[in-house]
Write a protein that binds this ligand. Sequence first.
Ligand SMILES: CC(C)(COP(=O)(O)OP(=O)(O)OC[C@H]1O[C@@H](n2cnc3c(N)ncnc32)[C@H](O)[C@@H]1OP(=O)(O)O)[C@@H](O)C(=O)NCCC(=O)NCCS
Length: 221
Amino acid sequence: MTPHPGPESMRRLAAGSRRIRVRRRILPVLAAAAVAVLPVTRTVPSERAPAEPRLVFPTAAARESFLEALAEYRAEGRYLDLRPAALSDPAAFARWVDELRSQAREDTPRPPSRVPTTVLWWVAGDTYLGRLAIRHRLNAGLRQIGGHIGYDVRPSARGQGHGTAMLQAALPFAARLGIDPALVTCDRANVASRRVIEAAGGRYAGAAGRELHFEVPTRRR
Ligand SMILES: CC(C)(COP(=O)(O)OP(=O)(O)OC[C@H]1O[C@@H](n2cnc3c(N)ncnc32)[C@H](O)[C@@H]1OP(=O)(O)O)[C@@H](O)C(=O)NCCC(=O)NCCS
């Protein structure tokens, strides 16, 4: 049998039910306050969060970051044909960006060994991370080395998944150019590049000397 509650128990029960009533009144107020505050607390971190990397056509907005990347590339012996001093001039940089973009056009004058090429930059906001070159068709040289798609990631951004994400993001561009599958090649010692190609669905398709050939489907199947 449950004992009848004494005065002390009654006082505790009454105090308990008052606390519950007070909580019932306060909780909706707190919840409303949280709803009012949450949008503020949600926007602040997202404004500060780094932008998601994406592919863009070469853009003068990335000039400063590109020049930093260029210094990194040059330290490992790449892009020695580009002149950082000249490109640090905003007008010269903008002209060079236009030239890069114009490479995609069939009627742009180019040496006979070159084919029309779409250049894409992998950027997070205005931060340059890497680049790809999609060659619209193959010639004898590209059939041996280079293939349809060449790429690199700036040295300070390597090993973070950008190469993998960047090549996969480029495949719809290649598909729209009528390329399927894309021939992508890498030196047999270039383990990182091979992994990037295989992650994009690349199937081994033979070798030319040290260069391994892969066929990468560009359309989702
Ligand atoms: C090849 C390159 C684009 C890879 O870019 P990245 O952003 O470093 O690649 P990821 O971070 O996506 O790594 C891809 C894979 O390679 C591996 N990897 C990265 N760097 C590596 C290294 N130095 N040695 C061995 N494996 C490496 C990663 O662990 C990852 O493997 P996983 O898929 O099993 O995890 C980059 O190293 C580069 O620009 N190299 C110089 C230019 C070049 O070689 N271009 C390709 C010409 S074919």
